[in-house]
Write a protein that binds this ligand. Structure first.
Ligand SMILES: *[C@@H]1O[C@H](CO)[C@@H](O)[C@H](O)[C@H]1NC(C)=O
Ligand SMILES: *[C@@H]1O[C@H](CO)[C@@H](O)[C@H](O)[C@H]1NC(C)=O
Length: 488
């Protein structure tokens, strides 16, 4: 007799309840002895989206709180970011001695960020003209982020002010791969960044935790003739000179506790090379290594990790983005970062943007906001649960990450099932106490892919069984678990 489908289903469910591992296909064992650092937080850069949408309270709530906010008819669980990166602009439209900014013919207007120091460098900075009305929308979002609890703020630069550049073009040199900061303005760029940091502290109650004077400085694509945004190449030796000046300029303004981060290279492999060539003096001025995630699935994340450890630097993945709105690339690269780069913070690039880049689809030039992407909910699975102060643990596999909160004895696990639909097992047997037998493990699920899939759906149907628990995953489903009463 061939049993009906319903009968088979019933036998399956009964068997599962009795024989826990009969249908569990993969098991990952969390390692409580591991310590991959104390989590500092999640965040976003504010340029360019906040320069357009920075005055909106709903967006500040969505990114910088965990409350639920309605956006274009969709109820969004806030991402609870506590890190904001503020971009000191390089553009201004005033003329100086009959000279004005040269603009790349491909420049996208929403990516021109207005700078504060609009004078020529030959006058001393103290008598120079600063325009503190500039860039009010990005400043508004920074202030909203801060009032909602963002407590780690970074000041960064995509290019020195246009008039410090050889070709007066803040999109880069004419060949893209040579330095564009005039050699007599190395110190001016440091003065610019330090003065901005000081002004924010004195006038806007905003203390930057860190300042990074570069953005992807080793890249060869910061081209004044073809660039669509602000950018500037710096040879490693130039970076070293500017870093030394920056430390001195921050110190002389009483900002000795504001640390320097560098160099925000695009790729893991470039970051490693820059670190190895900066020289001990400049290296001594850096407290944190910032690296971008644009090498995606390749590159030696582990090399950047070992260098940061060797030089006793903190390490952030300070910028990540791509055009995959499904969240697949984000989930995959974020898991790789957590496992091999082991950063203590992870910062997304454009929270609002088009072409799949935004967590929320938007057009910064037309000033229109569309729908949240599936990527938004995939990131929520991580950012709403792995919180500052937690200890990042070895999740035991390339598809799972774990974080432990000692204060509340809570273990957080985020896992992705890349295979066919199956059960994933989580083995907590190495913990002193693996939670309470029979207790509920809280669970949230998001389906990678189309926006019609599950979006951060909560359930309480998973239980601790001895020192393990398991959960059924559809193919390419992300699930987050919170286990209470765990002791390392
Ligand atoms: C611009 O004009 C000022 C004032 O006349 C002068 O001191 C300065 O040298 C000029 N700068 C350049 C780069 O020509
Ligand atoms: C100063 O900034 C404001 C606000 O963006 C702008 O309207 C004004 O033109 C700027 N002034 C100068 C001299 O650049």
């Amino acid at each position: 007799m061939v049993p009906s489908l319903q009968t088979v289903g019933h036998i399956l469910v009964t068997a599962l309840a009795i024989i826990p591992f009969a249908f569990a296909d993969l098991t990952t064992t969390i390692d409580p002895s591991s310590n991959w650092g104390t989590w500092e937080g999640w965040g976003t850069s504010l340029a360019w989206w906040a320069a357009t949408f920075g005055t909106r309270d709903d967006l500040a709530d969505i990114f910088f709180t965990t409350q639920t906010t309605n956006l274009n008819g969709v109820s969004l669980p806030g991402l609870g970011f506590n890190i904001a990166r503020y971009n000191a602009g390089a553009s201004s439209w005033n003329s100086i001695n009959g000279t004005s900014m040269v603009v790349s013919p491909k420049m996208i207007p929403s990516r021109q960020i207005e700078g504060f120091w609009i004078d020529w460098a030959s006058t001393s900075p103290s008598s120079a003209s600063w325009n503190w009305s500039a860039d009010s929308a990005q400043r508004a979002m920074l202030s909203k982020a801060r009032s909602r609890g963002a407590n780690i703020l970074e000041l960064f630069s995509n290019s020195p002010m246009w008039w410090m550049c050889n070709n007066h073009n803040p999109s880069g040199s004419d060949d893209g791969s040579s330095d564009n900061l005039q050699s007599w303005n190395y110190q001016s760029h440091a003065v610019y960044m330090a003065t901005v940091a000081k002004y924010f502290a004195d006038h806007w109650s905003t203390t930057f935790t860190s300042v990074d004077p570069f953005n992807e400085p080793s890249a060869n694509w910061w081209n004044g003739k073809t660039g669509t945004q602000e950018g500037c190449h710096f040879d490693v030796s130039t970076q070293a000179t500017v870093l030394n000046y920056l430390r001195a300029e921050l110190d002389s303004r009483g900002l000795s506790s504001t640390v320097i981060s560098a160099s925000d290279e695009s790729y893991y492999d470039q970051a490693a090379k820059t670190l190895q060539n900066l020289g001990s003096t400049a290296l001594g001025k850096i407290a944190r290594v910032n690296v971008h995630g644009y090498q995606y699935g390749s590159g030696r994340r582990d090399s950047v990790r070992s260098l940061a450890t060797q030089y006793s630097k903190k390490l952030w993945q300070s910028e990540y983005g791509e055009g995959d709105a499904t969240g697949r690339d984000l989930a995959s690269n974020l898991l790789l970062d957590l496992r091999w780069l082991q950063p203590t913070a992870w910062v997304y690039w454009q929270a609002l943007d088009g072409g799949g880049w935004g967590l929320v689809d938007a057009d910064n030039d037309k000033k229109t906001i569309g729908q949240p992407t599936q990527k938004y909910f995939v990131l929520a699975q991580f950012a709403r649960h792995v919180k500052p102060g937690m200890r990042i643990l070895d999740g035991g596999s390339d598809y799972a990450t774990a974080a432990y909160d000692a204060a509340t004895k809570k273990l957080v696990i985020v896992a992705v099932n890349w295979g066919s639909a199956q059960y994933l097992n989580f083995d907590l047997s190495r913990f002193k106490t693996a939670g309470v037998n029979g207790a509920v493990v809280k669970r949230w699920a998001t389906q990678i892919g189309a926006s019609t899939g599950k979006r951060y759906v909560a359930a309480s149907d998973t239980y601790i069984r001895g020192t393990k628990f398991w959960s059924y995953f559809e193919k390419e489903m992300v699930q987050t678990f919170e286990v209470e009463g765990v002791v390392l």
